[in-house]
Design a protein around this ligand. Structure first.
Ligand code: F6P
Length: 544
């Protein structure tokens, strides 16, 4: 069943929100908090051990009501049901979108077109688990009889960012004596550094690529394959290289035994795949039980997203807030600041999830969108960012909503450091929201000529996301929360959040340019591109 695309800007909810925006511009967070002592309580939600305080966002009750009406008018709930029931909601690629099937609890079914997709998922998970157990126990050894102690994950985009982010987030859950390195970029320097000091005899290479055609991954995979065979011989590949892909033919053509391939399906988008076989390196690091916990965390949020009414549905509320900021208050970006070193790569992960999903300019039925779509997502861990770009957040001229993410349980024995980290997180949200008026600054004894510079306008929105603790479970829940708020935004805007045609042109042009850089003939480009090619050719001749 296809769902008609509703232009959100034509709905009465949109018009009501335009009026709301005028009212919100004329008030402030300070006033809204003063008027309603119950504001924090009424705008705080808790799901799966994650507490989300929305109260420091530039909204009031009417805005929330109208945003929910907008979700209703644009069919968010219908689209959500369509996803869960396996309709091909990725219409531009005619694909189902079933990453939620990856975390169906053991023993449960998910039947789509008469086929139990959950059983397929369980089979692959079982194979991953067996392999993981064998590597971790030392039953799977290298070609020379050595235990495997380093995993080299080769992959890029969705075949890298999730496993890399999780390896850092779950480093405390990682088995002692096992280390992961990642090679993503086609820059040979990255491979060189990743392999430096490694013993091929003790290295397991996981080539992760949904398509098994990606330029970067295949280049690196060939390079690392040579590194293995030069040291250990061709036969060693079977003990030292495994593949994760949907493309069995290409895996075999590359020279990896299909028995050493872990599959997934085209209904799992790359950026939604860290809980599929793409998570093999994660499972190797943390073990199958902890991986199962991570899936349980994902599922807990899936269940909430699928069943909670719109008014209290956290991913839907988060998604609607993004729509509010970009559609009505002119925000261009979203900052994500994890106050946790372990979550340090979460912003990079979310950049792909959000921007590859919702950086779209046409609707599902091919019309140009009538409002701004996905925000530019960026961020760095707090407190590092405070000493870098928070100046702009506090006193700059742009509206930048931020997600401030903290973890209540300390991740080290340095408890007082954790107290300070958390103090900074909470204080930043307060400072952004309430600022410091010129009167307050003057009253604190600041010389008059400095008052304008030391005044903080405040009224800058943030969402406070607190994890009880950082575990495989809570990481899964956190990621699922973002996956579904991304879904919600896309559903409101009527775009296809699951294709990524926008990455193709650059890739195609690079193929041509790659040939030209190493050739000598005339090139047919604009003068700037032609000059860059000429410059590189000349440099290449010098370095040859
Ligand atoms: O170029 C973008 C992209 O297709 C992403 O969507 C994907 O996650 C990444 O490349 C890697 O693709 P693959 O897993 O097929 O190597």
């Amino acid at each position: 069943m296809t769902h008609a695309v509703v232009d959100p800007t034509t709905t009465s909810a949109w018009r009501a929100l335009e009026v709301d925006a005028e009212r919100i511009r004329a008030t402030s967070l300070a006033e809204m908090f003063a008027d309603d002592p119950g504001r924090a309580a009424s705008l705080t939600y808790e799901v799966a051990g994650i507490t989300v305080d929305l109260s420091k966002n530039l909204v009031d009750g009417q805005v929330m009501t109208h945003l929910i009406e907008l979700a209703r008018a644009t069919g968010v709930a219908e689209r959500r049901s369509a996803m869960f029931s396996g309709e091909p909601i990725n219409t531009s690629e005619d694909r189902k979108v079933l990453h939620v099937a990856l975390r169906v609890p053991p023993g449960e079914k998910l039947v789509v077109d008469g086929h139990d997709v959950a059983a397929d998922v369980a089979e692959v998970l079982g194979a991953m688990g067996q392999f993981t157990d064998a590597v971790r126990s030392g039953a799977w050894i290298g070609a020379t009889g050595e235990r495997l102690t380093t995993i080299v994950n080769i992959g890029i985009g969705g075949s890298y960012l999730g496993p890399m982010m999780a390896a850092q987030a779950l480093r405390r859950d990682t088995m002692t004596g096992l280390e992961a390195r990642f090679i993503a970029n086609v820059d040979g320097a990255e491979a060189a550094i990743a392999l430096a000091g490694l013993d091929p005899a003790r290295t397991l290479v996981v080539v992760s690529s949904k398509t098994f055609t990606t330029l970067e991954t295949m280049t690196n995979a060939r390079l690392v394959r040579r590194w293995i065979t030069d040291a250990l011989g061709e036969e060693a590949v079977a003990r030292h290289m495994v593949a994760v892909s949907t493309n069995a033919e290409a895996v075999v053509a590359f020279g990896i035994d299909p028995k050493s391939m872990f599959g997934f399906w085209d209904f799992v988008g790359g950026r939604y795949s860290m809980d599929s076989a793409i998570g093999l390196s994660t499972m190797l690091l943390i073990g199958r039980e902890s991986f199962a916990q991570m899936l349980a965390g994902f599922h807990e949020i899936d269940r909430h997203f699928a069943t909670a009414s719109l008014e209290v549905n956290l991913p839907i509320l988060l998604g609607l807030l993004r729509v509010w900021y970009s559609g009505f208050l002119g925000a261009q970006s979203l900052g994500v600041m994890p106050y946790s070193s372990d979550l340090g790569r979460l912003p990079a992960y979310l950049q792909q999830l959000e921007m590859e999903s919702n950086g779209k300019g046409v609707t599902r039925d091919g019309r140009v969108v009538s409002t701004d779509t996905g925000p530019i997502v960026w961020g760095e861990p707090g407190t590092d960012g405070q000493h870098s770009f928070y100046q702009l957040l506090h006193q700059g001229t742009r509206l930048v909503p931020v997600d401030l993410i903290g973890v209540l349980k300390p991740m080290s024995e340095h408890r007082s450091s954790h107290d300070l980290l958390t103090a900074n997180l909470i204080a930043q949200a307060e400072a952004l929201a309430f600022g410091r008026s010129a009167e307050e600054v003057a009253a604190s004894g600041v010389p008059a000529h400095q008052v304008p510079f030391r005044t903080f306008p405040g009224n800058r929105p943030s969402t406070l996301i607190l994890l009880d603790e950082l575990t495989p479970f809570s990481l899964g829940a956190l990621v699922a929360l973002y996956e579904h708020e991304v879904f919600t935004q896309g559903a409101v805007w009527g775009i296809d959040s699951f294709d990524q045609w926008g990455v193709e042109l650059g890739k195609a042009l690079a193929t041509t340019v790659a040939e030209e850089l190493v050739g000598e003939g005339a090139v047919d480009h604009d003068s700037s591109t032609a000059a860059a090619i000429a410059r590189y050719r000349a440099a290449r001749a010098r370095w040859a």
